[in-house]
Design a protein. Structure first.
Length: 173
């Protein structure tokens, strides 16, 4: 069915059943800053640039990448291959930057971490064929009303930056 959506053999829609937003895993941003042998506080500004592309994934026996948009309708641009996990990439990449100031005292090191918010969605895909395909005009993957297709997309602020929490930590060298 995914091949049919990709090659214009069927018109396809994604139907959301459940959705929620959650804070993702905290990851270190950049390298730690060391002031282990210094005698004065070190001030540093970290400018962080993020490039984001929305991604969708779910477990299945094939792999899919979408290069066109996925709103209500899945458009052409998918490619398939055999793997355990399917990953769809949709939309255009957005970039944003942010500057963070840090102060590292003598004998200390410090670093920044960022935890993004992610929107999780579960649902199913509906495919409409213009003529019978294996006896049916309509197919539902993995089943009508199911939650077998799972998508994860970053939550963005109005300026395009990823929404999340920044964490600064210092420690003794």
């Amino acid at each position: 069915m995914v091949w049919d959506c990709n090659h214009g053999k069927a018109k396809c829609w994604y139907h959301e059943v459940n959705a929620w937003t959650a804070l993702g895993k905290r990851r270190e941003v950049g390298n730690p800053i060391y002031n282990c042998s210094g005698s004065q506080t070190v001030d540093q500004t970290l400018t962080w640039r993020t490039d984001r592309t929305t991604s969708y994934s779910f477990e299945q026996s094939t792999s899919v990448e979408v290069s066109a948009g996925l709103a209500q309708e899945i458009e052409a641009g998918m490619s398939t291959s055999s793997t355990q996990t399917e990953t769809w990439q949709v939309g255009t990449t957005l970039s944003a930057s942010q500057s963070l100031e840090s102060h590292i005292g003598p004998g200390e090191a410090g670093g920044w971490w960022f935890a993004p918010y992610w929107r999780h969605s579960q649902g199913w895909i509906e495919a409409h064929y213009g003529k019978r395909n294996h006896g049916h005009y309509y197919w539902y993957y993995p089943g009508q009303g199911s939650t077998g297709v799972q998508t994860t997309t970053p939550v963005r602020l109005s300026d395009g930056q990823m929404k999340g929490k920044w964490y600064w930590a210092t420690w003794k060298c």
